[in-house]
Design a protein around this ligand. Structure first.
Ligand code: AMP
Ligand code: GLY
Length: 423
């Protein structure tokens, strides 16, 4: 009998995870908590939040779920893995004491310093006067970061001191992110190309998956405010095997060893956000989960059965489980509501999802059913993903599919993946 799997989360990332799992030969039933309208087409969705451990545990028992996989970071930081493991349940993701790698920038920067992992020079402060002093000393450009989770809004790259100082006030005085801003990291502004590198770790073995490039700004040409991500593609042509070997030796392996040495063995996805500087790769941040929208681009390229991958991490057998990806490319374009990442309307009717070609997937994020209609229900509404032999082919495909899809105010970037073509 197949394994029953629960996916925690509700974005396009989790839709891609459910879609990939649905292709596993060993899969039984798939459940999602809470899921979304797209996930509901291939899994049973339950209106349970990832932070509601009691209800999740009840669901596991009622539906005879064999394995749980956590999509977003918040339940990991709240200790969902610890709660499940304490009851002997199988769950994919880092424990609370390892999820701190994403949860506290102060922790992570100090870890980098202690173990010599390349990253921007920094100071960390809980006293605003000391922070101000450091700002004056260093000058602009400079980067101000809230210590904790701030829904992607806690980082300000300041081109002048006034902006840096205002960021400090917003985080520490106005407490725009609550306790996440009790401490700040102020760091050197790095120049270069950004890349997201994904690996798996079972506590001992690090197994590289693929690299991808995210597009965080809302408008073409990387203009406008930051968003949760307007698109991604994989693989980036500049992420060469030589560069990867360096990242493995200087970043991924040392971080995993450091976490083990600190009594915080790391299990799950390791997502390194890197800046490729003139002095080599430097870490901007670590995340403890798959990226969104990167997951929508990379999961369709995964050749190894996804369920097998999850089990190998849980069982600590990654060293015996080779993980391979197709030598193809993929491009994910996010279709967003007008106004996102600011205010936007919801409830707009979505049409045209019925007839996309076989090389294209549509993953839902902010959608819901309203009677027989599908309507918008968030800022990022859909992820449209095409694969191809090359990034150029995947770009052509994805942009030929999108004009068939419609909702009022639909906005998307026309240049996802174009960094890859310039090279
Ligand atoms: P983070 O959440 O730390 O990845 O920061 C979000 C974004 O801010 C990154 O994707 C970068 O574009 C930018 N950023 C963060 N740290 C730095 C830095 N030290 N220098 C330049 N840009 C940075
Ligand atoms: N793609 C950015 C993130 O998932 O945090």
């Amino acid at each position: 009998m197949g394994k029953n799997v629960l996916v925690i989360g509700q974005g396009a990332r989790e839709h891609a995870m459910v879609w990939k799992l649905s292709q596993s030969p060993g899969i039984g039933r798939i459940f999602a908590a809470p899921g979304n309208a797209g996930i509901a087409e291939i899994a049973d969705c339950f209106d349970v939040k990832g932070s509601d451990t009691r209800q999740l545990l009840d669901l596991i028992e009622r539906k005879k779920i064999d394995l749980t996989v956590v999509g977003p970071e918040v339940p990991l930081m709240e200790g969902v893995v610890d709660e499940f493991e304490a009851r002997g349940l199988r769950i994919f993701g880092p424990r609370q004491n390892a999820a701190i790698l994403e949860g506290s920038k102060v922790f992570t920067k100090n870890l980098f310093k202690k173990y010599g992992i390349p990253s921007a020079e920094f100071g960390s402060f809980s006293d605003i006067n000391e922070a101000r002093e450091y700002l004056r000393e260093k000058g602009a450009p400079i980067v101000v970061k809230a210590d904790g989770l701030a829904a992607g809004k806690g980082v300000v790259v300041a081109m002048d001191e006034k902006t840096a100082s205002a960021a400090l006030d917003m985080i520490m005085l106005d407490q725009a992110f609550g306790t996440a801003g009790h401490e700040v990291v102020i760091e050197e502004c790095l120049q270069g190309v950004e890349v997201s590198v994904f690996a798996l770790c079972d506590g001992k073995t690090v197994s590289y998956m693929v690299a991808a490039q995210d597009h965080k700004r809302v408008f073409d040409g990387d203009q406008g405010p930051n968003t949760g991500g307007m698109g991604a593609y994989s693989p980036p042509p500049f992420y060469t095997p030589d560069l990867h070997q360096r990242v493995m030796n200087e970043v991924l392996e040392p971080v995993v060893k450091a976490m083990a040495a600190e009594g915080r063995p790391y299990k799950g996805v390791l997502y390194a956000g890197l800046m490729l500087t003139a002095d080599g790769p430097k870490v901007l941040e670590f995340n403890v989960r798959l990226g969104d929208p990167e997951a929508q681009a990379i999961l369709p390229l995964m050749e190894t059965d996804y369920l097998t991958v999850l089990e190998a991490v849980i069982d600590g057998t990654l060293d015996q489980t080779p993980i391979s990806f197709f030598h193809r490319a993929s491009v994910c374009v996010v279709l967003a509501s007008a106004g996102y990442p600011g205010k936007y309307a919801t409830g707009r009717v979505i049409t045209g999802l019925g007839d996309v070609s076989p090389d294209t997937m549509i993953f839902h994020a902010g959608t819901r059913r309203q009677g027989t209609q599908l309507v918008t229900d968030g800022g990022r509404v859909l992820s449209v993903v095409s694969t191809g032999d090359t990034v150029a082919q995947a770009i052509d495909r994805v942009y030929s599919e999108i004009p068939g899809i419609h909702f009022e105010g639909m906005h998307y970037r026309k240049d996802i993946g174009f960094h890859a073509l310039k090279l």
